[in-house]
Design a protein. Structure first.
Length: 432
């Protein structure tokens, strides 16, 4: 039977006490110097930590061996504890303090700070995304000296649990982020496969050129219902869908239909790289390079009319010999020329004429998950994909030609003013 007062904790000091001076015993860390500078620093750091805990105790109880009237707490010996060091838990002996009235345990701010396990989850996430497996996790940690060699929290199961918790947090934060403050000029949607699971992801480009991972959803195919649910989720999280926006998509009709259903004023730019690949796949090897070169030259024409004329002529040449390639070239042809029709400057057009920005983010997600050999379920795919998207934000740069994005916004608004004609109601009014 345990006493209640032994389990009750009292927080009497919110911040750790920093001693004015810390005396480090060179004799105690001399052996660490033989193991390298890092081990020496760790040995000195451990002594500093012990000095901080002693300073916390003195701040709560008073100097040792002196009577302090009306003191709020008393020393209560030492016990085994552990602190976080270099991705592992290291055993230490920590001092104990109890409240003078009631006998509850008093927390030491310095021990609470150093014993926090938050950094363990962050380090597990960083190392596993970098390609370190759970089996090899311990080998990837930095050496800290023999005096702290006895460590825990590096087993395969412990690392796996921390990684799962960290990726669940990354997924929750990504899907719950407030989007009301974003001013997006363009949005891209594409799918990424993890074994039998498909994740559809969305990437936004702000008016300042910053790329924003928006959301993801798991399904079997890129169907319209799945994509619509993804985009409706963005709207419910505050994304403004009433402004004109450029949607850069591949050739999937489901993506195009879902974008038109959710956004009020979307204009579609079909990925030119996808179109080139689709046409190439329907041609014999000897014609692929020539047709690809002519399509690229057309897409880089000075105007949309000139580009369409060149592509239409190419399709006419392919009609008799390769009708499948000609039909693929004509399918959705106007939507592949949207950036030309809007007059987007070449530096910005290089970014928006294809889905390369979102495919770059998808590539980062795939690279981080190369060590995964068995995908258990869709939730696991979502966690890994979300962690990769969050990691990709640390590598993002503003899109090329971002200074022209306000011009793109003006071109989009002008397009809808010119194409949408107001409805006139001819009604005869009869005066009473």
């Amino acid at each position: 039977m345990s006493n209640i007062y032994q389990s009750k904790a009292v927080d009497m000091s919110p911040t750790p006490v920093m001693p004015a001076e810390v005396l480090v015993s060179l004799g105690q860390i001399a052996e660490s110097a033989k193991e390298g500078l890092l081990a020496l620093a760790v040995g000195a750091g451990m002594q500093v930590m012990y000095a901080m805990m002693d300073a916390d105790v003195a701040g709560l109880v008073g100097p040792k061996g002196k009577h302090v009237p009306d003191r709020a707490a008393v020393r209560h010996g030492h016990e085994d504890g552990s602190v976080t060091l270099g991705g592992r838990r290291v055993p230490v002996r920590r001092p104990r303090v109890r409240a003078a009235v009631g006998g509850g345990e008093v927390r030491l701010p310095s021990y609470e700070l150093f014993s926090s396990t938050e950094v363990l989850g962050r380090m597990a996430l960083e190392r596993m995304l970098a390609g370190l497996s759970t089996r090899r996790y311990g080998h990837g940690l930095e050496p800290v000296g023999e005096q702290v060699a006895a460590a825990s929290a590096t087993s395969r199961s412990a690392v796996s649990r921390r990684f799962v918790a960290a990726t669940e947090q990354a997924l929750a934060q990504l899907m719950a982020a407030d989007l009301s403050g974003l001013d997006l000029v363009a949005v891209m949607v594409d799918g990424v496969g993890f074994a039998e699971h498909l994740c559809v992801v969305a990437l936004g480009i702000g008016i300042d050129g910053t790329k924003h991972p928006l959301a993801l959803v798991e399904g079997s195919t890129e169907n319209a219902t799945l994509v619509r649910d993804l985009l409706v989720g963005l709207r419910e999280r505050g994304l403004d869908v009433t402004r004109p926006i450029l949607a850069v998509l591949d050739g999937s009709k489901a993506l195009s239909r879902a974008v038109r259903e959710v956004f009020d004023k979307p204009i579609i730019q079909r990925c030119q790289e996808h179109k080139i690949r689709n046409v190439r796949d329907r041609l014999p090897e000897k014609l692929r390079s020539l047709v690809q070169q002519r399509m690229r030259q057309a897409y880089h024409a000075d105007s949309a009319l000139a580009a369409e004329a060149k592509l239409t002529a190419l399709a006419a040449e392919l009609d008799k010999t390769h009708p499948g390639a000609a039909a693929s070239l004509r399918e959705g042809l106007p939507e592949t020329l949207t950036v030309l029709r809007l007059g987007v400057p070449p530096t910005l057009a290089r970014t928006l004429r294809s889905t390369n920005p979102i495919e770059s983010m998808i590539s980062i997600c795939r690279n981080h998950s190369t060590n995964v050999k068995r995908w258990r379920d869709g939730q696991m795919a979502l966690r890994w994909c979300a962690a990769g998207m969050v990691e990709a934000t640390t590598q993002f740069r503003r899109v090329n030609g971002h200074m022209h994005l306000p011009k793109l916004r003006a071109a989009l608004e002008r397009h809808f003013r010119e194409t949408v004609t107001p409805v006139q109601h001819n009604q005869t009014k009869t005066a009473a």
